[in-house]
Write a protein that binds this ligand. Structure first.
Ligand SMILES: [Zn+2]
Ligand SMILES: [Zn+2]
Length: 164
């Protein structure tokens, strides 16, 4: 019999409210429902105020920096001209970046390491699969199979997997 995943207590990254979730949800139900509204407010503000920093956008719109960072990672600002100060940290080394999850040097390193790990685990990924999904898939597979080389893999991957 399958065991239902335990619900976890989390703090909403927008309003800070505590909520229960089984998934990797970062927003409470109310903030989730308002997500597109918040997204529009932020995008409009950045368009109208070229050169603003992420902190300024957060203060002016009331949208948390964490949520703006998530929007940036998801590519919400791809078509918005952003100033030099509109940055957030690379999820691996902390260097300021303007889009995606990792800086270009970490991305290059991660691509190589992911490829090597996939070869060791004899998994084939299509080239256009996002790196985050590959890491998730490998971590899941590793967890499922409880392979002998699990510790090696986990050590190598622990630094690479998106911090939560
Ligand atoms: Zn909330
Ligand atoms: Zn980096």
């Amino acid at each position: 019999m399958a065991v239902a995943p335990k619900k976890k207590i989390r703090n909403c990254i927008q309003c800070g409210k505590v909520f229960l979730t089984q998934e990797r949800e970062e927003l409470c139900a109310e903030c989730k429902a308002k997500f597109y509204e918040l997204e529009k407010i932020v995008v409009d503000y950045v368009k109208e105020n070229p050169g603003v920093s992420m902190t300024e956008v957060s203060e002016a719109t009331g949208v948390s920096k964490k949520l703006i960072q998530r929007m940036a990672r998801e590519g919400v600002f791809a078509d918005v001209p952003m100033g030099e100060n509109f940055t957030f940290p690379c999820a691996s080394c902390g260097k300021p970046i303007k889009t995606g999850t990792y800086c270009t040097s970490c991305l290059t390193r991660l691509r190589q390491e992911t490829k090597r790990a996939a070869e060791r685990m004899k998994i084939r990924f299509s080239d256009d699969m996002p790196i985050i999904e590959k890491l998730d898939a490998m971590a899941q597979r590793d967890f499922d199979k409880q392979q002998r080389d699990r510790r090696t893999f986990s050590n190598a991957m622990s630094k690479l997997i998106r911090p939560r």
